[in-house]
Design a protein around this ligand. Structure first.
Ligand code: HEM
Length: 324
């Protein structure tokens, strides 16, 4: 009998990856049984009072995962000794609501089960629940991530896509993290919700090729609308427009339907519809929302595992904005 158990155990050890790299759906079932309910209640209240929270959190999650993995390093605030990721130029536009929803959940969780739940798990689960709340697909988020102990602004540049990058560069950023072109396009469907600041696309609608012309990829009437929305931009840099003008607050496939009509906001959005490598997937997701949701589900499950710390790595932060 003992031999059988030994044999079983050793074969399990061969079959399963090192325990360090694993997440579990029921990770908090005993340690913090109210985990799911606290996340749900927090995100629901927050999204109802601040409807921009879902998009803000989804973007924060991407920015966190792509730099040193999904380890909540982007939640750390700078100190006199360390300029944190959050203060990197590209992260300055991450809305406060995204950080706030995580902090609120953490406060509740620390009251209920102190020292148990990581900020990285809160961000991953809150993102999934918010995406679902605004109409997107439900996907699996395993739990047991630990929080990172490094957050440096200097590590950010070059690791996140910018709308001014070529499609080669954008594809490369995703490829170096193991994401295919198709997965990159599916993830970009996240632009079905949320905003872009005028700063991010103004060069495409004004002074294109040093004239007052507009980038021909924009639908002319849409470009006129963007120009008037951004007319006060030099005085008011906070001006922004919806990423998906058709259904801005609903997670659906309208973003993909917009692109061939010239209704994309960012140069990179138009790029997806122009590059022969990405265009077929734009067409597929524009015509079939189920395909989009399935691909988005798989890609988000993959993103949620990217560079995670488990086991003895990292820590469980006491507060999400500071290392212990
Ligand atoms: C493909 C390359 C991508 C580029 C160049 C890009 C760039 C941008 C830019 C410039 C903004 C506007 C930010 C602002 O002005 O505040 C934005 C917004 C957003 N991005 Fe992306 N993005 C890309 C892919 C993704 C992916 C893969 C996701 C998520 C899986 C994502 C999620 C979002 C969301 C949700 C918003 C709205 C944020 C808000 O409303 O606060 N993006 N993106």
């Amino acid at each position: 009998m003992a031999m059988l158990v030994l044999l079983l155990l050793s074969s399990l050890a061969v079959l399963s990856p090192p325990s360090e790299a694993r997440l579990y759906n029921n990770y908090y079932a005993r340690k913090c049984p109210s985990f799911n309910k606290i996340i749900q209640d927090t995100i629901t209240n927050k999204q109802i009072t601040n409807p921009s929270t879902a998009a803000a959190t989804l973007r924060l999650f991407l920015h966190d995962c792509f730099v040193t993995g999904c380890d909540a390093s982007t939640l750390i605030t700078s100190t006199p000794f360390n300029t944190a990721e959050r203060d990197a130029d590209i992260n300055l536009s991450l809305p406060g609501d995204a950080f706030d929803v995580v902090v609120r959940a953490k406060t509740q969780l620390e009251l209920t089960c102190p020292g148990v739940v990581s900020c990285a798990d809160i961000l991953a689960a809150a993102t999934r629940d918010l995406v679902t709340m605004v109409g997107g697909p439900y996907y699996n988020v395993g739990l047991g991530r630990r929080d990172g102990q490094v957050s440096k602004a200097s590590l950010v540049e070059g690791n996140l896509p910018r709308p001014t990058m070529s499609m080669d560069q954008i594809i490369q950023i995703f490829a170096s993290r193991g994401f295919s072109v198709q997965e990159m396009v599916a993830l970009s469907g996240a632009h079905t919700i949320g905003f872009s600041h005028c700063k991010e696309f103004i060069s495409g609608i004004y002074n294109y090729s040093k004239t007052e012309q507009t980038d021909p990829q924009y639908n002319p009437r849409f470009a006129t609308g963007l120009k008037s929305a951004c007319a006060d931009y030099p005085k008011n840099p906070t001006l922004s427009v919806f990423n998906d003008i058709m259904t801005p607050n609903k997670f659906d496939n309208l973003y993909f339907q917009n692109l061939p009509r010239g209704l994309g906001v960012l140069k990179s959005d138009h790029g997806l519809n122009n590059d022969p490598r990405t265009k077929p997937f734009v067409g597929l997701y524009a015509s079939n929302q189920t395909e989009f949701f399935q691909a988005f589900t798989r890609a988000m499950e993959k993103l949620s595992l990217y560079g995670i710390k488990t086991g003895r790595q990292g820590e469980i932060r006491r507060r999400c904005d500071a290392f212990n």
